[in-house]
Design a protein around this ligand. Structure first.
Ligand SMILES: NC(=O)C1=CN([C@@H]2O[C@H](COP(=O)(O)OP(=O)(O)OC[C@H]3O[C@@H](n4cnc5c(N)ncnc54)[C@H](OP(=O)(O)O)[C@@H]3O)[C@@H](O)[C@H]2O)C=CC1
Ligand SMILES: O=C1OC[C@@H](O)[C@H](O)[C@H]1O
Length: 370
């Protein structure tokens, strides 16, 4: 049994969910080859780190509580660091962990620009440590099942993929320095929610065996801003052009933090059927597939199949941790399922959509190294 020893930095909303998940017995999700141990938690306040360990890990006395992130990076009982800080801190935090020779799982979006990510990847290779964005949706059992159906070709090729993730966070009620709307936190739905519509486009179109890893030939984006200058609602289109090596398809993606999401949150039209993936698209519980009946005529009756997620304990954030443990056990520096290349594509798309939408980060935000 391989046990991965985790150091967690930050004690916010998502760090709590991640730790509550990884302290569960992996057998409850039918995982028998890897286990997780939380050995350290670092916060800007040691009292918060202690409280976090009490609330999320049953007060386990073997977990060290630190009042800084550096102490986690320097702890010899930590193999891998989980980073749950706000977006612009991902780069400096991950870089510091990498320089301390720790493997890294970093929340989405892994950085706030493609340039930053390139430099992080270079550092992880130079220090020979594993690096992955916490793109948890990619590792859910239902996602793996959907992927198998798509790649089998039984529905023909995908032609159009529509995906949305939105919620009404009541923007006007938030303080202007809240991470969801503050330019200093690279706020707005594109970077916060956009990874989820995009992960489905990457999984179903970019990763399709007949796409031969061809990146989108064009990216078109449009934004409506909120009063702080960050996006409030964003739409973006990725075109995958027909070429001798690939097929033609379009991803029509959107995200908003000013309206509820649509359901089904993902609809994929294939040559021979339609797949509907139901909200929330970051952790869907079910998917339906509608195929034409046996005659195959356009007016034939539709046959609908429903696929439901398997039961597991926890919220689903532990599946990505299992992948990290397996990769580290096997000496890999990146995951094949959510590789550096896929995070780079994500960052490239976001850079381009921000450019077209006129969303400019405050000076120096994507250069921070503290
Ligand atoms: N995968 C998923 O499902 C989700 C991922 N996320 C991602 O996780 C990241 C964090 O989001 P979330 O947990 O909601 O954020 P929170 O505000 O709840 O938590 C962020 C934590 O980061 C630490 N931190 C360090 N510096 C700062 C700073 N200057 N301002 C605020 N916090 C700081 C704090 O911990 P401390 O004081 O202990 O140091 C804080 O609790 C984001 O990048 C987001 O995209 C968010 C939600 C869901
Ligand atoms: O990753 C996320 O998923 C769910 C949203 O509520 C959250 O803001 C986002 O960061």
């Amino acid at each position: 049994m391989f046990v991965l020893r985790w150091g967690v930095i930050s004690t916010g909303h998502i760090a709590a969910k991640f730790v509550r998940d990884i302290v569960l017995d992996p057998k409850t999700r039918n995982v028998h080859d890897v286990e997780h141990a939380v050995t350290a938690v670092g916060s800007r306040s040691v009292a918060n780190a202690r409280e976090f360990i009490r609330e999320c890990a049953g007060g386990d006395p073997s977990i060290k509580a630190y009042g800084s992130y550096d102490e986690v990076f320097n702890d010899p009982n930590v193999d891998a660091v989980y980073i749950g800080t706000p977006h612009p801190l991902h780069y400096p935090n991950a870089l510091a962990a990498i320089k301390a020779k720790k493997h890294v799982l970093c929340e989405k979006p892994i950085t706030i620009s493609e340039n930053r990510l390139k430099s992080l990847i270079a550092a992880s290779k130079a220090h020979e440590v594993f690096l992955m964005e916490a793109m948890w949706t990619r590792f859910l059992p239902l996602s793996l099942e959907i992927k198998k159906i798509v790649d089998s070709g039984e529905l023909g090729l995908p032609c159009i993929l529509q995906a949305d993730l939105s919620w009404d966070c009541n923007v006007k009620s938030l303080p202007s320095d809240h991470r969801l709307i503050s330019p200093n936190h690279a706020g707005g739905p594109l970077l916060d929610l956009g990874p989820y519509p995009l992960v489905w486009a990457i999984m179903i179109l970019f990763e399709h065996p007949q796409n031969n890893a061809m990146p989108p030939s064009s990216i078109v984006g449009s934004m409506v801003k909120t009063y702080t200058g960050v996006d409030n609602t964003t739409s973006f289109v990725l075109n995958f052009e027909n070429s001798p090596n690939a097929f033609a398809a379009q991803a029509q993606l959107s995200c908003s933090q000013t309206a509820g999401t649509i359901d089904p949150g993902v609809i994929v039209r294939f040559e021979k059927g339609v797949m509907k993936i139901f909200a929330p698209i970051y952790c869907p519980q079910s998917c339906t597939i509608e195929r034409l009946g046996p005659t195959g005529e356009p007016d034939a009756e539709l046959i609908t199949t429903t696929i439901k997620s398997v039961d597991f304990e926890g919220g689903g954030w532990h599946f990505q941790a299992d992948e990290v443990a397996r990769c580290i056990r096997d000496g890999k520096l990146e995951s094949g399922l959510w590789s550096h290349e896929k995070s780079l594509l994500e960052m490239r798309v976001f850079d381009e959509v921000r450019r077209q939408g006129g969303y400019v980060f405050p000076p120096g935000l994507d250069k921070r190294s503290d």
